[in-house]
Design a binder for this molecule. Structure first.
Ligand code: UN1
Length: 493
């Protein structure tokens, strides 16, 4: 299978295009080959998107939304097939593959509803017989750069609000997971989305991403990926006076207080730390535990970890799939070495799995470190793999301080039965998402998604907040007095 760009409603290959392999991380098998596009391909897509946007902006928003209803309907009909492709190219276990596709379906229907809202505001004018309102106006052509860990959901968080608001888009999916983008392109076609509204350009960030950020006709860049790359996107975007929305790393913690329901906490920790093999930006990678329950929590975690099945996630009995590629495997393992050198105690895991299927794919053993100091690198840096670091504290205040003592601020969680502490925590935890008595993952699409500090730059994906990224305010004054009325001069109040 050869994956080529989707531009102006057509699948096309540029002359002399190079291709690269798409590999199933569970088996090492080649699934497809994907085009590595050039700056010229981005130029072509931008021209198509620009022409299409002029017409698309004039389509009534409820009509634009009707395409989203159709896209959602097709995704729902094909949910199982999409989940299978997703699991094969990304590696997450099939149950989570289905969950991610569901997240995209939810986003389609939710944003379709926005077609009949897209609320603006009316405001009294300071002059008589004058009407004032602010409306959400589309921005133009937007560029979407998405990661491999949520190849469908994150793309829908960005593309659906973009189009319902009257923009057209160019989407650069991650090189590791282009098959889901191909599937979505087919769905856009089948839903009858007008040509040029949705464009997909495959390729490397260094070439395609850079070309998008530099392109004068692309007005917004919405990026999800590493903080390192995000910073470069922001710098280049700033130079080009673009609106840049960034969604980046996390170092999310679960806090377990001495009054917590420990069984519940153990389940929440395991699900949010080892789900998606720890490759979520919301993944739990630190457990901040009160000293009185540390031993007990550790023991229960260790016991439950023994029951985790690791393998090819296409098999329903598997709980933890592979990590995305060999480079990720090396990076995770590097952190284990660092943790040991720093003096943390390794209680479980800490190895690249070998033998049988493990030799073909990229499998890392679920890992538990304890006696971790909050300042250690394993407790500060994003590992993006199935690794938990346990940090002991002796008070609620210390737990909050440790939680907030990292450069990231995406998600956090606290287990406590004390309602006062729970409310204090939601106020004091410096993250964009806070969970009380639940793990750090599992954000729902109709709430804003994003984080503080090094996680973002003030914007949010998902929820109604996504419309703030893809619209700008237009203030409209209608003077029906029939005479010249001068604001600030003729109306002393
Ligand atoms: C991500 O890891 O980039 O909240 C997205 C969650 C999912 C989305 C994660 N709904 O864990």
């Amino acid at each position: 299978m050869k994956l080529t760009n989707f531009v102006n409603g057509k699948w096309q290959q540029s002359d002399g295009a190079k291709f690269t392999a798409v590999i199933n991380p569970a088996t090492g098998e080649e699934l497809a080959r994907v085009q590595m596009s050039s700056t010229g391909d981005v130029d072509e897509a931008a021209a198509a998107a620009k022409a299409a946007q002029k017409l698309w902006a004039k389509v009534p928003a409820p009509k634009r939304a009707s395409y989203l209803y159709e896209i959602g309907r097709i995704m729902k009909e094909r949910k199982e097939q999409l989940a299978q492709v997703l699991t094969k190219e990304m590696g997450k276990v099939i149950e989570e593959g289905r969950g991610e596709v569901q997240e995209g379906i939810d986003m389609a229907f939710y944003m379709a509803g926005e077609g009949r809202r897209l609320f603006g505001e009316t405001t009294p004018s300071e002059l008589a017989d004058k009407f004032a309102m602010s409306i959400r106006s589309p921005i133009g052509v937007v560029g979407l750069i998405t990661p491999w860990n949520f190849p469908v959901a994150i793309a829908t968080w960005k593309s659906f609000p973009a189009i319902v608001a009257g923009n057209t888009f160019i989407w650069k999916p991650a090189t590791e997971t282009p098959m889901m983008a191909y599937e979505m392109g087919r769905i856009f076609e089948e839903a009858g989305l007008p040509e040029g509204v949705a464009n997909i350009v495959f390729g490397a960030g260094s070439e395609v991403g850079t070309a998008m950020i530099e392109h004068p006709d692309i007005k917004v860049i919405s990026f999800t990926g590493s903080t390192e790359t995000g910073r470069k996107v922001a710098e280049a975007g700033g130079r080009n006076l673009k609106k840049v929305s960034l969604e980046m790393g996390g170092k999310n913690a679960v806090i377990v207080m001495e009054d917590a329901d420990l069984d519940l906490a153990v389940e929440g920790i395991l699900w949010s730390a080892f789900g998606t093999a720890g490759q979520r930006c919301t993944a739990c990678s630190r457990v901040i535990v009160h000293k009185d329950v540390k031993e007990e929590l550790q023991n229960r975690l260790l016991e439950k970890m023994r029951g985790l099945t690791i393998g090819d996630g296409i098999d329903e009995s598997i709980k933890i799939g592979p990590v995305i590629n060999k480079k990720a495997l090396e990076k995770i393992h590097g952190y284990i070495e660092i943790g040991k050198e720093e003096g943390a105690s390794l209680l479980a895991g800490g190895e690249i799995l070998t033998g049988g299927i493990y030799d073909k794919g990229n499998y890392y053993a679920p890992t538990l470190f304890t006696d971790v100091e909050a300042s250690m690198r394993i407790a500060q840096e994003e590992i993006f793999g199935p690794v938990i670091s346990i940090i002991e504290v002796d008070s609620f205040d210390a737990a909050i301080e440790v939680n907030n003592g990292v450069i990231y601020g995406l998600s956090s969680s606290i287990y406590t039965r004390d309602v006062n502490r729970a409310f204090a925590a939601q106020r004091d935890l410096d993250t964009g998402i806070v969970y009380i008595n639940a793990g750090t993952t599992g954000a729902e699409i109709h709430l804003p998604f994003g984080g503080t500090k090094g996680t973002g730059n003030g914007h949010r994906d998902s929820g109604v907040a996504a419309l703030d990224v893809f619209t700008e305010w237009k203030s409209v004054y209608v003077d029906f007095s029939g005479k010249l009325q001068r604001a600030q001069i003729d109306n002393e109040i």
